[in-house]
Design a protein around this ligand. Structure first.
Ligand code: ATP
Ligand code: MG
Length: 400
């Protein structure tokens, strides 16, 4: 075994010492078998959430109704989920209520795909009742049990299948694919937030182009906000080399392909329930991408954009023009680094200085003058030095 499992072994041991069963499960075991970097280790146990909380002094209830408790051990946090079945499914959605059980196999059985239904104990022994290892060897995504039933229980699993195509470059096994082709309309019952989580993982996956192709072939895209009836435009995304792009850059590229501009960007992303901060960042990136396609960066634009937006804009500019290499990005970032100031607060003068110098009360003129000074400092018309700026301002006034 290797990290991060090794550090988590004491967590399993403590549960076992208290008389419960405990295993590593889910994505971490799958990624371990695939020799991929493991993000978080998920732990499943026969102990109920209350019992887990009795064993570990530091816990956070993060999804207690689904049986998940976050446990803090040696500055690390682990999600511990009680073995459960999902009982009755309603309206093709994940059930509201779950029942806790003491049996591992039943817990593995409620999981979506065979590759995600493997458990590993603390000695590294695998418990794999549904042949998940075979699926991993064959690079296939296959539901645990009848694909028809599993997709009807929770339609989100269809999107999960496609996001795993993107992340793992696996293909969807035939029966699973058939069921998916038939049941896609059930996705209309699924909350946007859940769809977004899968869609964002899909966007940043290595095999994103193929996954987008599948979204189009299977008609899943028709059940995603803002994408219905946009097949022709979404197809443009399939031809892009999306390697190395971040989540925000992928959203920006998607919106660029869809020719969504101005106010419509916010509407589109709000429909996907993106947080406002991310919406603002994406709007800014798209604003500068459009500008960049018309002209080179001005120093003032570099200043207004800041290094993160310059980076995203330039990466997208290169992708859109089919250019590779990061020389242009380095060039513009260097220029940005050399700017005399990076933000208004670094200006050597403040509003109160201005009021004192001109012996005038505050008002819109203060902000206007500061912006004028800011521009002049950025363009290196005047040095960012209090005395120099004062003299420059007086000179400007005389000319007016
Ligand atoms: P990632 O590495 O992206 O986190 P993951 O496989 O861990 O992938 P999660 O969404 O974190 O995916 O879910 C953890 C595990 O919970 C899955 O491996 C799977 O066993 C189970 N699971 C998650 N969502 C569902 C679902 N909708 N239906 C059935 N099982 C699910
Ligand atoms: Mg996970």
């Amino acid at each position: 075994m290797k990290e991060p499992f090794l550090s988590a072994i004491p967590v399993l041991k403590r549960l076992e010492d208290a008389g419960y069963e405990a295993y590593f499960v889910g994505g971490s075991v799958r990624d371990y078998l695939l020799n991929k970097t493991i993000s978080d280790v998920d732990i499943a146990t026969s102990a109920t959430p209350e019992e887990v909380k009795e064993i570990f002094p530091k816990t956070v209830d993060i999804g207690i109704e689904h049986g998940t408790v976050l446990v803090l051990v040696n500055q690390q946090s682990y999600e511990i989920t009680t073995f459960r079945t999902e009982g009755e499914y309603q309206d093709y959605r994940r059930p509201k209520e779950v029942s806790f059980i003491r049996n591992l196999n039943e817990d593995l059985q409620r999981r979506d795909f065979t590759m995600n239904a493997i458990a590993m104990d603390r000695d590294g022994t695998l418990i794999d009742p549904f042949n998940g290892q075979l699926a991993i060897r064959e690079n296939v995504i296959r539901t645990v049990g009848s694909a028809n039933n599993r997709f009807q229980e929770d339609a989100l699993r269809m999107m999960r299948a496609v996001r795993f195509v993107s992340q793992l470059s696996f293909s969807i096994e035939e029966e699973t694919r058939h069921a998916l082709a038939e049941l896609v309309p059930l996705l209309q019952n699924i909350a946007v937030e859940r769809k977004r989580a899968e869609f964002e993982k899909l966007l940043v996956g290595k095999n994103c182009n193929k996954a987008i192709e599948i979204l189009l072939e299977t008609n899943i895209f028709s059940f995603l906000p803002g994408l219905a009836d946009q097949k022709k435009l979404i197809e443009k995304l399939v031809d892009f080399d999306c390697d190395g792009l971040t989540k925000k850059e992928m959203w920006s590229l998607l919106l660029f392909c869809l020719s969504v501009k101005g106010k419509a960007i916010e509407t589109f992303l709000r429909d996907w329930r993106l947080p406002m901060k991310e919406i603002k960042d994406i709007q800014q990136i798209l604003f500068f991408v459009e500008k960049r396609l018309e002209q080179e960066w001005s120093v003032y634009d570099l200043y207004s954009a800041g290094s993160d937006t310059i980076t995203s804009t330039e990466k997208l500019y290169n992708k859109i023009n089919g250019l590779n290499g990061s020389e242009s990005l380095q060039y513009w970032l260097n220029l940005y680094q050399k700017l005399p100031i990076k933000q208004l607060s670094s200006l050597a003068v403040t509003g109160s200085d201005l009021m004192e110098w001109f012996n005038q009360q505050g008002g819109p003129w203060v902000k206007e003058t500061l912006l004028k000074i800011e521009q002049a400092v950025i363009n290196e018309t005047v040095e960012n030095d209090k005395k120099t700026i004062k003299e420059w301002l007086k000179r400007c006034q005389k000319l007016e």
